[in-house]
Design a protein around this ligand. Sequence first.
Ligand code: DC
Length: 233
Amino acid sequence: MDTNDKKIIIAIDGYSSSGKSTMAKSLAKAIGYKYVDTGAMYRAVTLYAMRHGMIGANHTVNIPAIEEALHKIDITFTLMPDGTQHTLLNGEDVENLIRQLDVSENVSPVSAIPAVRQNLVRKQQDFGKERGIVMDGRDIGTTVFPDAELKIFVNAPAATRAMRRVKELQEKGVPVSYDKVLANVVSRDRQDETRAESPLRRAEDAVDLDNSNLTLKEQDAILIKLYNDRISC
Ligand code: DC
């Protein structure tokens, strides 16, 4: 088979705000693959739950109500004219809303609900049916596609990740405090690592990538090399 015809699945997992999405998007574009941001899917379910009064004070979640609502939640992605991908929740463009801190503060308890995970994992597996996909998240290489041909586990110190997130939000005109963002990053990592259902975990066969001191160009070059090495074997 010609190597160009050999479509593989690429799983990029790692801690919050580690730059997984930037990497995954850039790699998908370079090699002509589809890109799926699974964090956006958990964020969209969280936004739906917040809007329908299913999340109370102190981030307590009404699990039966969320379970019951899952069949009413449709999540899709659309390509914008500027080439960016936006998340649609029941047809509504919620790309900016799902990135706000209030959603970030509620997303870990929602994504720990087993029924939510099972529902979204099934959708993610459907997206990957035709292969030729780069998917980023927390459990892609362990649960969603344990047989993915290329798995990358991304990390960087929490302070570096929080600073990146602050810059990203500020660029979008969202005023945020560094301390609040750092607290959210640390708390989400802890909740994501300790939940019972498919916790954030490095797949044993993943390639580690600490991108703290890498430029985007260097990062892209490493990813392309990993991809080329994998499809040529
Ligand atoms: O990648 P992100 O920060 O946008 O993800 C938001 C949250 O969604 C994250 O804190 C945990 C959850 N998540 C998950 O549990 N499993 C995934 N595959 C992706 C995200």
